[in-house]
Design a protein around this ligand. Structure first.
Ligand SMILES: [Fe+2]
Length: 206
């Protein structure tokens, strides 16, 4: 019996006790210099994804802007995610929800959002905020590409181990995203589905 308890004991060798000066030296984070992501590179990644629609269905076609100046959860800044999505005419981003707050800005095109059952039509130049844990989906209702810019407070939630996603909709699909068992934000996809997916990554030129 005692042997079983011994086996289940976690490794606690990561704990340290220190004075406050040593602590503060570690607490201070590296500077975050400005970063700029070029539109040509963003379009290259959009085009690369659209060339492989099986690998990149509409819900997976997000171009993420990452500043590599710090370790930890990636983003455009230590607290904020920024990214683009492009939807062809008639395309639809299926319903889902997350506890990151999102700001959506449409660079081009027109469409319809449904947020918690409320239909909201939008066009280029409009900005929508989607509160945390509100179900939302988007439709391209125009006859040109819909280009959407998104900002989320997603990296800071990941750093706090408090990022949750429900996609597809359904209680059974709610995932604690930063747990190592979450293979993807989409609960339909398991580790073996995503392990060998090709990636697209461009280092932006100055
Ligand atoms: Fe979303």
């Amino acid at each position: 019996m005692d042997m079983d308890i011994e086996k289940k004991r976690p490794d606690l060798s990561n704990a340290e006790v220190m004075d406050i000066d040593t602590y503060f030296k570690r607490l201070v984070q590296p500077e975050t210099p400005p970063a700029i992501w070029r539109w040509d590179d963003i379009v290259k990644v959009m085009d690369g994804m659209e060339a492989d629609p099986k690998r990149y269905p509409s819900y997976r076609r997000a171009v993420c802007l990452v500043n590599n100046s710090w370790a930890g959860a990636p983003g455009a800044s230590p607290a904020l995610f920024a990214g683009f999505q492009r939807f062809r005419p008639g395309e639809h981003l299926p319903p889902h929800k997350h506890n990151s707050v999102a700001l959506y800005y449409w660079v081009q095109g027109k469409g319809r959002a449904i947020v918690n059952g409320t239909e909201i039509d939008f066009k280029a130049g409009d900005v929508l905020t989607c509160p945390a844990w509100n179900e939302h989906q988007f439709f391209n209702t125009g006859d040109e590409d819909l280009i959407m810019f998104s900002i989320h407070d997603l990296p800071i939630l990941a750093q706090m181990r408090a990022l949750f996603w429900e996609e597809p909709m359904g209680q059974e699909n709610i995932q604690h995203i930063v747990k190592s068992e979450a293979a993807s934000w989409n609960a339909d996809e398991h580790e073996e589905d995503v392990a060998n997916l090709k990636s697209i990554l461009i280092k932006t030129a100055n």
